[in-house]
Design a protein around this ligand. Structure first.
Ligand code: ATP
Ligand code: MG
Length: 527
């Protein structure tokens, strides 16, 4: 209270609020940023904006990473031009976002496609000044229309789309190392909050009063964990004042919309240091309580399969490869899906509907509110539904499977299962070969497998036969599904193996094998 009062007095006397920090410009000798790490397109966006008479800088995480000698994974630009002005300067630019209106400037196509996010400097609005926002003379009426700034009873900032000068834009950012601006043309870094010093000291420090900043936007709690984990390898530590209110602020996350929590959770898991993140969460006493699905990830990180998935995600991120959240989440929830599936097949349900039912159950129980995320959910489902189909390698099945858009993800998933001994490594190797081979070699692979199986199976069928008719354990659901068990008639009797043998003798791969019982795909199996 007293501090605020004094701040206001100073502000009144100087016409300037001290918390906005003192502008410091730092040249290349001091910051030593390697210009070759700067993305050409970010450079060109800054150039275009400056040419048009605006201020423009690379900002945020990219400056932090450049300063630390890391190659930024994406580049954001900040400017004093409004979104409409930015849009008018680029051919392919789109205004997006409700919470923050920003412009996406798009370059290239397809795989080379890249987006530079351009945001307009925003005013710093704390709980007090937000109430007075409608009188903010810096912001024109049209800019204010439909984007008022709001703060709820707990001090949480609900929306902020009010433009302001750079010093205010810097003050509303989260950590000092995330609040610097870099002009790639003059090679000057603009720093208001001692970001350069903190980067040198390896300190993760929140701008302003940390407890207040967590209250304004509780998602900063998750961001704190993310940056601490991402930068731990470089020797970064929390500033004690930034760290101490974290645990206390944790319950505030309950107020945050699920979809935003979900996005932050994904970012938290995709820093390239997911295992360090999980350790960080435990060390902070936050292993539970951020988001239910994250609680589960932390809990399951010790399971070999989930651990392998996290390591695989880290490796991909560190190699600069794209990562699909659907893959990681499919791995985390696989044990639930698998158990539900096994239960149902043990009750003699056909393997495919059994798998589908199990997936539905897991979505209801674990994904809940975010099930509206169509593509993510659909991708997870496909990865799971393709698993039993890998068991079937005769006829046309492998040829169709390999053409599925999600084949690669489903294959990687199966490869991980093989790594932990859940499926035969030979099966994973075969699919690897098959997927990389030419059509001709693919035919050979299928034929060779057919011959091999025939050789092995002829004597085995005879031996196995008496057991098959006896009451035994339910076979693994994958195998039952692959053999199209139910398609051959539900009540599997002693003569079922003979039927299968007959079918296998048909010349596969030339149309003859086409009608061999194939594993139904997601849409067709609910008979
Ligand atoms: P990364 O490299 O993981 O993308 P980043 O720092 O770029 O990290 P973003 O989420 O891309 O993180 O955000 C870009 C910048 O926007 C941040 O560096 C920070 O300055 C600001 N920012 C983002 N989210 C918040 C927030 N919740 N509160 C304050 N500032 C934020
Ligand atoms: Mg970023």
């Amino acid at each position: 209270m007293i501090k605020k009062f004094i701040d206001n007095l100073i502000a009144g006397a100087t016409g300037r609020k001290p918390r906005f920090g003192k502008r410091k410009e730092v040249g290349p000798q001091e910051h030593a940023i390697d210009p070759t790490l700067v993305d050409e397109r970010a450079l060109s966006v800054v150039h275009t904006l400056k040419e048009a008479g605006h201020e423009a800088y690379i900002v945020g995480g990219a400056v932090r990473d450049l300063l630390l000698g890391l190659r930024p994974k994406d580049f954001d630009v900040a400017t004093n031009a409004t979104p409409e002005q930015v849009k008018s300067l680029f051919r392919r630019a789109f205004i997006i976002g409700r919470r923050f209106r920003i412009v996406h400037v798009v370059f290239g196509r397809g795989r080379e496609h890249e987006v530079i996010e351009v945001s307009t400097f925003r005013a710093y609005l704390d709980a007090a000044s937000a109430e007075a926002v409608s009188g903010n003379e810096r912001t024109s009426k049209s800019e204010l229309a439909g984007m008022h700034h709001a703060v709820d009873a707990s001090g949480r900032v609900l929306r902020d789309n009010v433009w302001g000068p750079q010093e205010e834009d810097a003050a509303r950012r989260d950590f000092t190392i995330n609040a610097m601006y870099y002009d790639p043309e003059t090679r000057i870094v603009v720093d208001y909050h001692g970001g350069i010093t903190d980067a040198k000291k390896r300190l993760l420090r929140m701008i302003g009063d940390p407890a207040t900043r967590y209250r304004e936007d509780p998602v900063r709690v998750i961001r704190a964990v993310r940056f601490a984990a991402k930068l731990a390898g470089l020797g970064f530590k929390f500033d004690p004042k930034t760290k101490s209110p974290l645990l206390h602020a944790l319950p505030l996350l309950q107020e945050v919309p699920q979809s935003r929590l979900f996005d932050e959770m994904l970012k938290l898991l995709q820093t390239g240091h997911s295992l360090a993140t999980i350790e960080q969460l435990k060390a902070l006493g936050m292993a539970r309580g951020i988001y239910p699905l994250l609680d589960l990830v932390v809990e399951r990180a010790e399971q070999p399969f989930v651990r392998a998935a996290l390591q695989d995600t880290d490796r991909r991120v560190n190699e600069g490869k794209p990562v699909a959240p659907s893959f990681l989440l499919a791995c985390v929830l696989w044990s639930d899906v698998r158990e539900g599936w096994q239960d149902r097949t043990a009750r003699r349900l056909h393997p495919f509907p059994a798998l589908q039912e199990s997936i539905d159950e897991v979505f209801d129980a674990r994904i809940g509110d975010i099930s509206g995320r169509g593509k993510l959910g659909a991708d997870m489902r496909e990865i799971w539904m393709m698993q039993p189909r890998f068991e079937k390698r005769s006829g046309q099945t492998p040829f169709t499977l390999v053409e599925q858009p999600r084949f690669r993800a489903a294959f990687d998933f199966m490869r991980l299962r093989a790594d932990i001994g859940e499926v035969d490594v030979m099966l994973a190797d075969w699919w690897q070969e098959f997927s990389q081979a030419s059509d001709l070699v693919r035919e050979d692979l299928v034929a060779a497998l057919r011959d091999e199986q025939r050789k092995q199976q002829q004597p085995r069928v005879r031996r196995v036969k008496p057991q098959a008719s006896a009451e035994g354990e339910a076979p693994a659901p994958e195998r039952r599904a692959a053999e199209g068990e139910a398609a051959e008639g539900e009540g599997a009797t002693g003569d079922a193996p003979r039927k299968r043998r007959r079918r296998r003798r048909k010349p596969a791969g030339q149309g003859g094998g086409e009608h061999a019982p194939h594993a139904p795909s997601a849409g067709e199996s609910a008979e």
